[in-house]
Ligand binder design. Structure first.
Ligand code: COA
Length: 433
């Protein structure tokens, strides 16, 4: 993977100029200056409608943002201690694709203060992030969104739908096969480190996953300073018959309400073997006194419904989660392996004109593709950059996008490319960022 450090990439001059024209300065935050870092964090917290952070929380969050490229928008003439009126941050992380990994420009902390809404600041920042990433040679950008209506206008699309599950344990029962390993409780610091270690291995098994970072796992393990549920966090791990940890579950227990018994809420479940996944699901679903098990951010093909005796005891709600925006079409298409042979000419349109063009894509099943610019060729398939971004991991079928009227061309070519983009396991993104 690339060793590109996003913090070294300057702000995009086009957006800087656009913001300057409305009296605003667009600049990178020096996180070595803790006053500037705290002002950024306080503005971000306010933007996300969270309570004012205390010193302990600021210190905890500084560790994360110091590894990122943080950009603030300031009123002209703002001083060192002034809060920015808008925030965004980004970093380069590996993104798993079928058959490999590519660099992704991860975008987070997008906020605009209540006093400066609807002036085009978010648009300037998002376009600025995409132009900076493209100029640095990063082939794709990604984010998770507070609202599903914000990012398509910049060419992002949902590439990784996930599901929320709610299990009524008495109805669901258990029908899964036995596993040979054992389950053990973990203290919180160990829970955090084991979550991180297993995620680092498990993330390579499905497209859509990115690398985690220490504070992510500390938060899951109940070690973050502002975690009101910290004292209820419990953790267990699955150890296989050879003594190796293969999966970890962090969860909380609470009254389920309406005399429904106890609810076990999965905070994070990561497993690198099917045995570990089955054993940890069994631990949760068959836990004594627990009547409800809930979990967020599960892959849409999680085997859970096939592990219980009565599938109707498992409610599944699919929703958007991982949003991608391709910035370099040939780089991304040639980074993944394809499920079947394919040979098509594809024309891609782009509202920001960062990645438009016509290419001939040729691939043999199980291998990477050759992608050649073919500006003169007649397209077999025409689609927008958002639609290609949606389909690239196999999480949203191209045929489904075509049925929705969002991909155009000859049906046999669309079927062929859709089949070639299919992934054996649906993509997954197990974290918010
Ligand atoms: C969402 C948010 C960042 C938008 O900031 P903003 O500076 O007011 O947005 P802009 O003025 O640049 O608007 C950009 C575009 O988004 C649209 N838009 C802005 N807020 C929107 C919303 N809440 N829902 C749908 N569209 C929205 C605008 O209409 C505009 O569309 P156009 O450029 O295609 O005409 C801001 O409202 C905010 O900070 N919200 C709370 C924090 C949050 O949810 N952040 C997103 C994290 S993923």
């Amino acid at each position: 993977m690339s060793s590109l450090d996003a913090r070294e990439i300057p702000v995009d001059p086009v957006s800087a100029q656009r913001l300057e024209a409305i009296g605003l300065a667009y600049r990178l935050i020096d996180t070595e200056d803790s006053t500037a870092a705290d002002a950024f964090l306080r503005a971000e917290t306010r933007g996300f409608l969270d309570p004012e952070p205390n010193d302990e929380l600021l210190e905890f969050e500084r560790a994360t943002i110091s590894a990122r490229r943080n950009t603030g928008v300031f009123p002209a003439g703002a001083g060192r201690t002034d809060l920015p009126v808008a925030t965004v941050n980004s970093w380069v992380t590996p993104l798993t694709v079928p058959g490999g990994e590519i660099d992704m420009w991860a975008i987070s902390a997008v906020t605009v203060s209540g006093t400066h809404r609807r002036m085009g600041i978010a648009r300037a920042m998002l376009e600025g992030e995409l132009r900076a990433a493209a100029a640095a040679g990063v082939p794709v950008a990604g984010l998770t969104a507070s609202e599903a209506t914000l990012y398509e206008r910049y060419g992002f699309a949902v590439a990784v739908p996930v599901m929320r599950v709610r299990v009524k344990t008495r109805r669901a029962g258990w029908g899964g096969s036995a596993t040979a390993g054992r389950i053990e409780y973990l203290e919180r610091p160990r829970l955090a480190s084991d979550l991180g270690a297993i995620h680092e291995r498990a993330r390579l098994q499905r497209g859509g996953q990115i690398a985690g970072w220490p504070a992510r796992w500390e938060r899951m393990a109940g070690l973050a300073p502002n975690d009101t549920k910290a004292s209820s966090v419990r953790g267990v791990r699955y150890i296989d018959e050879d003594g190796t940890t293969r999966g970890v579950l962090a969860y909380t227990l609470a009254e389920a309400g309406q005399s429904e018994g106890i609810e076990l809420s999965v905070r994070h479940l990561t497993a690198e073997t099917p045995d570990a996944l089955r054993a940890l699901w069994r631990f949760a679903v068959q836990h004594d006194l627990v009547t409800i098990v809930t979990a967020e951010l599960r892959p849409v093909d999680d085997p859970l419904p096939l592990l219980v005796a009565d599938q109707r005891g498992v409610e599944q709600t699919v929703h958007d989660h991982g949003w991608l925006r391709i910035l370099d079409v040939p780089a991304v298409l040639s980074a993944r392996t394809f499920a079947t042979d394919v040979d098509v000419v594809v024309t891609v349109t782009d509202p920001l004109d960062l990645a438009a063009g016509t290419w001939r894509l040729k691939a043999v099943a199980g291998e990477r593709a050759s992608v050649e610019a073919a500006p003169e060729a007649a397209a077999d398939i025409t689609l927008g950059i958002a639609e290609l971004s949606a389909a690239i991991l196999g999480g949203v079928a191209l045929t489904r996008l075509a049925d929705a009227g969002r991909v155009h061309g000859d049906a046999s070519h669309i079927d062929a490319l859709s089949g070639a983009l299919r992934a054996e396991r649906m993509p997954h993104l197990a974290i918010w960022f």
